[in-house]
Write a protein that binds this ligand. Structure first.
Ligand SMILES: NC(=O)c1ccc[n+]([C@@H]2O[C@H](COP(=O)([O-])OP(=O)(O)OC[C@H]3O[C@@H](n4cnc5c(N)ncnc54)[C@H](OP(=O)(O)O)[C@@H]3O)[C@@H](O)[C@H]2O)c1
Length: 233
């Protein structure tokens, strides 16, 4: 059996690191990124099998970085996880005050970059009959004040996944809402608030593993609705 390979963006902390840790412990080969190279290197050092990891620091909104990521992926890619995301200004402004450059940045990181990676990696995903996991949010479907820019970028990501699933029936394409998690991004959304009651990103990983190793059809899922993983890949 060949070693499965995943590219996980935004893997230096939060959900990306939690998922990378779990996959790596299962023997997956990983290509990981984040902008802060020192923090990414520390994260990789904490993984159970760091020898299986290629870490490349950079911004997913940068086409040259995306090309570098794609070049590090072997001919067959089992899993692409578009996880790296921008939140926008903190505290979250109402749409009336959302700076348009900030909205353009949200779209560049949360929507355009995942599609660009899909485009670059489709040949490798097709060879493996692989899966794309697009990390979404309940803000994509709810009307939360302050979340309009971020939510619109995630709603567009959901729709890209919905259409990609139809266009690429031999792949599994999942948009997944992980729910609230106690992470740096969530803290930035609620500055000054105690968010320690939110679930840890680790607690969400078993549901993601059901999408990664199970037989669920392409679609949009909420981790809260997914039963814990059985025996994933
Ligand atoms: N936390 C929540 O409550 C929650 C709820 C719903 C959905 N989500 C979604 O879950 C996913 C993970 O979020 P999280 O809470 O784990 O976030 P997080 O803890 O803030 O981690 C974000 C990761 O992405 C990296 N990153 C951010 N922007 C990047 C960029 N432009 N290029 C490359 N890497 C980048 C960060 O490292 P650098 O800063 O060094 O780049 C970090 O490794 C996101 O898609 C988010 O939208 C989160």
């Amino acid at each position: 059996m060949t070693t499965p390979t995943a590219l996980v963006t935004g893997a230096s902390r939060g959900l990306g690191l939690a998922l990378a840790t779990s996959l790596n412990a299962r023997g997956w080969q990983l290509v990981l990124d984040a902008r802060d190279g020192d923090r990414l290197a520390t994260a990789v050092g904490s993984l159970p099998l760091p020898g299986l990891v290629t870490a490349l620091s950079g911004d997913v909104a940068d086409p040259a970085h995306r090309a570098t990521l794609a070049a590090a992926v072997p001919a067959r890619l089992d899993l692409l996880v578009a996880n790296a995301s921008d939140l926008g200004p903190s505290p979250l402004p109402p749409l009336a005050e959302l700076p348009l450059p900030a909205f353009e940045r949200l779209l560049a990181v949360n929507t355009v970059a995942p599609l660009a990676l899909v485009q670059l990696l489709l040949p490798a995903l097709r060879r493996a009959g692989g899966r794309a996991l697009l990390v979404s949010s309940d803000a994509a479907v709810e009307g939360y004040a302050g979340w309009g820019g971020y939510g619109a970028s995630k709603a567009a990501l959901d729709q890209l996944g919905r259409v990609l699933a139809v266009e690429e029936p031999d792949l599994r394409v999942y948009a997944v809402d992980p729910g609230d998690m106690a992470t740096d991004m969530h803290q930035a959304a609620f500055p000054g608030e105690d968010i320690s009651d939110r679930p840890s990103p680790d607690s969400v990983v078993p549901a993601l593993l059901r999408l990664i190793g199970g037989d669920l059809p392409s679609g949009r899922y909420r981790t809260a609705e997914l039963a814990p993983a059985g025996a994933p890949a």
